[in-house]
Write a protein of this length. Structure first.
Ligand SMILES: *Cc1c(COP(=O)(O)O)cnc(C)c1O
Length: 452
């Protein structure tokens, strides 16, 4: 088949996620044949730098020999088995390993197969915990404006990205939403340099007044990713964690995006040295090879479900591909690579270069904010730098930059007006310099690109 035959077939049969399919008529999907390291190759000989880690899941680069080998070996033994009434060594080893890497207090692992289900699991466990111990009025959740926790109905109910969720809102369960620590657009009008984390007040007041009806607070630690790569101070996270303890509500940390080294530490919550009641993991867990997710929780929560069968405290929840053995092996291999390749040490050495390169873009036209942590960096474009007036959604700034990025070999997939890099940890210094230079070029020519 020719290239255009493939594309015609794709558009005939596939419905792509987060895509206005009508756009594909003038700008069809790119047919990728292969990937190596941080580069993707299409069938026409074009090369693209995977600057967003294949939707934030690739960690050690594409086609890593160690992960491939682990999957192939497992494939000859056992490809899948139901995880109720049965178990297998990869899941046992991985659970043990995850517990050793995550904050103290997390001692039980519940596997599933994607980020949204890891969140659903945490929400349902928290909810049922309070039911099981007789506090049946604690049924609501608190989440942040601009927060994102997945696309299933439960996860959307605690989501704060209107563009994605608004149309579905009649389906949501009731939850409380508070403003987020969005420093560039501070909800209480402060400057970061002198702020005392006053933006925690709405959360504090809510917990003080309504803790009797609240099951849990759910947060993305330090980086609100899909909401616009909003990076907030660790002091906020620390205070929020303290408040959940004080007012006896659970803290669910959604590390689906931030986990596995993205921020320069294995998990973002390590910056605040806190102990959540739940932690949700997915995306980077298998370094982007196979779907897998895990929800970790504490002994205390586990014990509230542990009872004689007839007491009705069982957790009736599960997914067919829970703890898939191939995926567990991929995850174990990925964690070994962290050790063998000294991934985090290398990342910490490289981070300052990324941050410096991004700082150089701060003075460019339309660049309102530059923010970064670890191997994540974001640039918020604004119409007017002094008033911070945003571009309108219908101006499709992000889309125009996306298309320009592809021409220049970069997979920028902006979130609205926020252009970001979410780099595979495996990136080399030379590649990092190349990517930032290209991004700089694009931003320098932005007036031409957006024709504004
Ligand atoms: C992507 C994401 C999810 C959802 O994960 P899926 O695997 O896409 O369902 C949940 N939480 C956060 C923070 C995410 O970034």
């Amino acid at each position: 088949m020719t290239h255009s035959d493939w594309i015609r077939k794709d558009l005939k049969y596939n419905w792509h996620p987060y895509t206005q399919m009508k756009d594909c008529r003038s700008f069809p999907p790119i047919l990728i044949e292969q990937a190596r390291g941080i580069k993707l190759y299409d069938n026409k000989g074009n090369v693209y730098y995977d600057t967003i880690s294949s939707w934030w899941c690739n960690v050690h680069g594409h086609n890593h020999p160690k992960i491939k080998k682990a999957i192939k070996k497992q494939l000859d033994l056992l490809e899948h088995v139901l995880f109720a009434g049965f178990t297998h060594k990869p899941a046992i080893l991985l659970a043990e390993k995850l517990i050793s890497l995550t904050p103290q207090g997390l001692s039980k692992v519940f596997f599933s197969d994607n980020g949204s289900t890891s969140v659903e699991t945490a929400l349902k466990m928290s909810f049922q915990y309070w039911q099981n111990i007789g506090k049946s009025e604690k049924i609501k959740f608190v989440s942040l404006d601009h927060g994102y926790h997945g696309d299933t109905i439960g996860a959307m109910s605690v989501g704060g990205v209107d563009l994605f969720n608004k149309i579905f809102s009649p389906l949501f369960f009731k939850s409380f939403k508070v403003s987020s620590p969005y420093c560039y657009r501070c909800p209480v009008g402060k400057q970061r340099s002198s702020c005392q984390i006053d933006c925690i007040k709405p959360l504090e007041n809510l917990l003080k007044n309504k803790n009797g009806e609240i099951a849990a607070v759910i947060l993305e630690p330090l980086v609100m990713a899909a909401g616009g790569m909003i990076i907030y101070p660790k002091e906020y996270l620390k205070k929020a964690a303290g408040l959940t303890k004080k007012y006896n509500v659970h803290l669910i940390l959604d590390e689906v995006a931030t986990g596995f080294g993205r921020t320069g530490k294995m998990f973002a919550c390590e910056y605040a040295n806190i102990r959540p009641d739940f932690m949700c993991l997915s995306k980077g867990i298998t370094s982007g090879t196979l779907p897998l997710a895990a929800t970790l929780t504490t002994e205390k929560i586990y014990k509230a479900f542990y009872a004689e069968y007839n007491q009705g405290k069982t957790f009736y929840h599960g997914h067919t591909y829970t703890a898939n053995p191939l995926a567990c092996q991929a995850a174990l291999a990925s964690l070994e690579i962290f050790k063998e390749e000294n991934t985090l040490v290398k990342v910490r050495k490289l981070m300052p270069l990324l941050h410096k390169e991004l700082e150089n873009m701060r003075n460019l036209e339309f660049v309102g904010d530059v923010r970064y942590i670890g191997m994540i960096g974001a640039i918020e474009l604004v119409k007017d730098k002094s008033t911070k007036e945003p571009f309108k959604a219908r101006e499709r700034i992000g889309y125009k930059i996306y298309r320009e990025g592809l021409k220049k070999g970069l997979i920028l997939r902006p979130l609205g007006n926020i252009i970001y890099l979410y780099l595979p940890l495996k990136i080399k210094e030379k590649e990092l310099r190349f990517v930032s230079r290209r991004l700089y070029e694009i931003l320098r020519n932005i007036r031409r690109i957006i024709k504004w």
